[in-house]
Design a protein around this ligand. Structure first.
Ligand code: DOR
Length: 443
């Protein structure tokens, strides 16, 4: 008798552990149960993937989903709906909600809210603060915790660890890799007068300049080296930081964002106004080129979207009262596939940065590869599809994207989370069934 599965994906070009090859994928009990030629095998559900690429599920390791407290911008349901419509199968969520995720009850509250409401798998970062520094070692091991996040410079919300003494206490507490937003708070305060009374939004990159990012990155790398703590430098934006990072590859991993690889100053500010405003900022072309070189040379470990929704009404405030951040979880895959088609990175490197990379950086259990026994998290893409990204397509409550009107080549067609088809041909399917991402160090 031939083998049976719950789901078979037939005839796609599959990113297998042995390379990219034609074949089938069999799914049973939410796990990958077979890869190869499945011949006469049968399943109640069969997806025809001829002409499509079958990739390990995309993990977005940096999203802000705003719940609790800022649900007029986004919530766990709308944010994760955007994720699966964009081909993302798991997200790691940031702690600058209201209240911030800085203690066990706040983390448990997020996990409770996620139940039966999230479309993809999820875990939550705990925000570091002066008050909770000594408790972080315990907090980072709680169910649903992705690890600890530090804001060295003020951004959206009030989470902040600006000084070396507190940073030292944070790094000494716990052992998992710590995520850092690197902008130097003292320099931000010193330079705020440049924009304080009102300024063109392009001044955002002048206020939060290269030195602001470099100084913070240098400080945290030195501190981390001193206590031998692993760190993850979020959204690196400058050529100068990239020059520093190779010396710290033993303890530091690196993230870049599609925005910083795609947009550049001054053009983005002229065309998009405050929609281009984010922290750290969109910078001139020489930095964008340096980020691409860093990708090509293996210095970048993963790509996150830093999905940071704000309403258009909020964005319409005059700069600098306008908030920083843009949506991104739904556009990460199409934008990066467009770069693959333009020859800026290979499909293999895309997979490394969006699946294997996040799994490796954070020690995610059973995700990030199409491999036997791994979760059947799968992103199926049509590398040849030409589509236009529009505000109307965006499921985020704030309903806009900096890429409105952009034509791209490469599009996600199906999103599968632990064997459940949750998006097909642009439609969400079934009910939200996301669950907690698991981590090696918290098992
Ligand atoms: O632009 C940003 N927006 N950068 C951040 O660090 C935070 C984010 C947000 O939460 O709005």
């Amino acid at each position: 008798m031939s083998e049976t599965f719950d789901l078979i994906i037939r005839g796609g070009t599959c990113a297998t552990p042995n390379g990219i090859a034609q074949g089938d994928v069999g799914v049973r009990n939410g796990k990958i149960a077979a890869i190869g030629d499945l011949g006469a095998a049968s399943a109640p559900e069969v997806l025809d993937a001829k002409g499509l690429h079958v990739l390990p599920g995309v993990i977005d390791p940096q999203v802000h989903l705003r719940e609790p407290g800022l649900e007029h911008k986004e919530d766990l349901a709308t944010g994760t709906l955007g994720a699966v419509l964009g081909g993302v199968t798991a997200v790691l969520e940031m702690p600058n909600t209201k209240p911030g995720t800085t203690d066990a009850p706040a983390l448990a509250d997020k996990c409770r809210r996620a139940k039966d409401r999230v479309w993809c798998d999820i875990a939550f970062f705990v925000g570091a603060s002066r008050e909770n520094a000594e408790k972080l070692g315990e907090l980072e091991r709680l169910p649903g915790a992705a690890g600890v996040k530090i804001f060295m410079g003020s951004s959206t919300g009030s989470l902040l660890v600006p000084d070396d003494a507190t940073l030292g206490r944070v790094l000494a507490s716990g052992s998992r890799r710590v995520c850092i937003h690197c902008e130097d708070e003292d320099r931000l305060n010193e330079r705020f007068s440049l924009v304080e009374g009102g300024a063109p939004v392009a001044m955002h990159a002048e206020w939060r300049d290269v030195e602001t990012a470099l100084r913070a990155t240098r400080r945290i790398l030195k501190l981390a080296r001193g206590v031998n703590r692993r760190v993850h430098i979020l959204h690196v934006t400058t050529e100068e930081e990239m020059a520093l990072l190779p010396e710290y590859r033993d303890i530091a991993t690196v993230e870049v964002l599609p925005q910083h690889l795609t947009l550049s100053a001054p053009e983005a500010y002229e065309r998009l106004g405050t929609r281009a405003q984010m922290n750290p900022p969109i910078r001139e072309g020489r930095h964008r080129e340096a980020l691409w070189r860093a990708i090509g040379q293996g210095l970048v470990d993963c790509i996150g979207s830093d999905h940071a929704p704000h309403t258009l009404e909020e964005k319409a405030k005059p700069y600098p009262q306008s908030p920083s951040g843009m949506t991104g979880v739904q556009t990460l895959v199409p934008i990066m596939l467009d770069h693959v088609n333009a020859g800026r990175l290979s499909l293999e490197r895309f997979i490394d940065l969006t699946s294997a990379g996040p799994a490796r950086v954070f020690g995610i259990v059973g995700k990030g590869r199409l491999a036997l026994g791994y979760d059947a998290d799968i992103t199926i893409v049509d590398l040849k599809a030409r589509r236009t990204i529009t505000d109307q397509w965006i499921a985020s409550r704030c309903g806009w994207t900096p890429y409105d009107g952009m034509e791209v080549t490469g599009w996600p067609t199906t999103t599968i989370v632990r064997g459940n088809i949750v998006m097909h041909d642009g439609q969400a399917i079934g009910d939200p069934q996301g669950t907690a991402v698991r981590f090696l160090e918290a098992l």
